[in-house]
Design a protein around this ligand. Structure first.
Ligand SMILES: *[C@@H]1O[C@H](CO)[C@@H](O)[C@H](O)[C@H]1NC(C)=O
Ligand SMILES: *[C@@H]1O[C@H](CO)[C@@H](O)[C@H](O)[C@H]1NC(C)=O
Length: 354
């Protein structure tokens, strides 16, 4: 299947540039050029999605896969993987949509289908509306074709991909411009525009916090019959809105390193202590990442050389002094003589976000 092949191309790109060049070349010779264009955007979108994930989870025990390769390696369906699926599907749709509006793709542009029509009281559609339908369609083709399974996990992943795309639509804004005598606004035209991707990230983070666990009918699932299985999956989904994130399995203990699960654990993670302008969530990061995981907080000082006290001398020189600046960081470290998990206060800290 050509789409799976292209996704493979995207994944290989993260792994090895050389291998990618080879696949790209063989595709250029056989496949339509537009597909290669999309593949770049898909790759960029996935990367942006993972970067946004890292931003949203910066001070949490779990803080996102390192790359798209790792993303595809995640074989469970937890609350966290639900977010990764949603934000990367959203990233792909977002990038494709923006590429389309900017005219990057050649064969696609703004959505002007409603232009000239009445939009609401006192305004007309006009201008360049972002073509989310295009972004949605293409991102589905690239991202959703990854889920080839018929099982409940594949169904959950597809649901969360869709929730991610819904988030892109839900966060869109209407922008208007006034016309008429000295901008009296007697005529107003409006178009819809993507929000900052940060807003999509924030929106999905809230969905993550309220994600629902999907309860499957286990007895029915065990009945090996495939059709029955699909029936059980459909039943489990019927009360869940497409905008909500769902998961199947409880999260593992993110304090602990677990190579099999690809988890780094929180040892070595940086946390924030008493700085100015920290939110309560950030100020509690050392407790959450270190103390509650049976680790201690270690202060690390590093000296960084920099120029300082620079003076401008007439004319035309700048003289600086060499200064050294001490940078203090706090990092989670093992307690001496204690196995990391020996001092656990709580298995899983309750949600403490404010
Ligand atoms: C799409 O946009 C991204 C980032 O905005 C850019 O890096 C990429 O080159 C664009 N794709 C094309 C085909 O121009
Ligand atoms: C890693 O996770 C797996 C699956 O949950 C578990 O069976 C295994 O015991 C864990 N390994 C460690 C070192 O905790």
């Amino acid at each position: 299947m050509v789409y799976s092949l292209l996704w493979l191309l995207v994944i290989i790109h993260f792994k090895s540039f050389a291998a990618n060049a080879w696949v790209a070349n063989s595709l250029l010779m056989t496949g339509p050029k537009a597909f290669l264009n999309y593949a770049t955007s898909v790759q960029m979108g996935t990367r942006d999605g993972i970067e946004e994930c890292k931003h949203q989870f910066a001070w949490e025990r779990w803080n996102c896969p390192d790359s798209a390769v790792q993303l595809r390696g995640m074989r469970s369906a937890t609350r966290e993987t639900s977010f990764v699926h949603a934000i990367s599907a959203a990233g792909v749709m977002y990038t494709l949509t923006r590429n389309c509006s900017l005219g990057d793709l050649g064969n696609c542009g703004c959505d002007v289908s409603k232009n000239g029509k009445m939009g609401g009281r006192g305004w007309l559609w006009g201008g360049c509306s972002d073509n989310v339908d295009f972004g949605e369609r293409i991102s589905k083709q690239y991202v959703d074709t990854q889920e080839t399974g018929q099982d409940s996990r594949a169904a959950v992943n597809l649901h969360n991909n869709e929730a991610g795309r819904k988030a892109v639509k839900a966060t869109m804004k209407r922008i208007c411009r006034c016309h008429g005598m000295s901008e009296s606004c007697s005529v107003k035209t409006c178009w819809t525009q993507l929000s900052d991707f940060r807003d999509v990230g924030l929106y999905l983070k809230e969905k993550h916090d309220r994600a629902q666990k999907l309860e499957m009918d286990k007895r029915r699932m065990r009945a090996a019959n495939n059709a029955d299985n699909r029936g059980a999956i459909a039943d489990a989904f019927k009360d869940i809105a497409q905008t909500e994130l769902i998961y199947l399995e409880d999260s593992p203990d993110y304090c602990m390193k677990n190579v099999t699960l690809g988890l780094h654990g929180t040892e070595g993670r940086e946390c924030l202590q008493h700085g100015n302008g920290l939110t309560q969530w950030e100020r509690r990061s050392c407790r959450r990442l270190c103390h509650d995981c049976g680790l201690r907080v270690e202060e690390r000082r590093t000296e960084v050389a920099s120029s300082c006290n620079c003076k401008f001398q007439w004319c035309c020189k700048v003289n600086c002094e060499d200064c050294s600046q001490v940078i203090v960081k706090h990092v989670c470290a093992k307690r001496e003589g204690a196995p990391a998990q020996g001092f656990r206060k709580r298995h899983r800290a309750p949600k403490e976000r404010q």
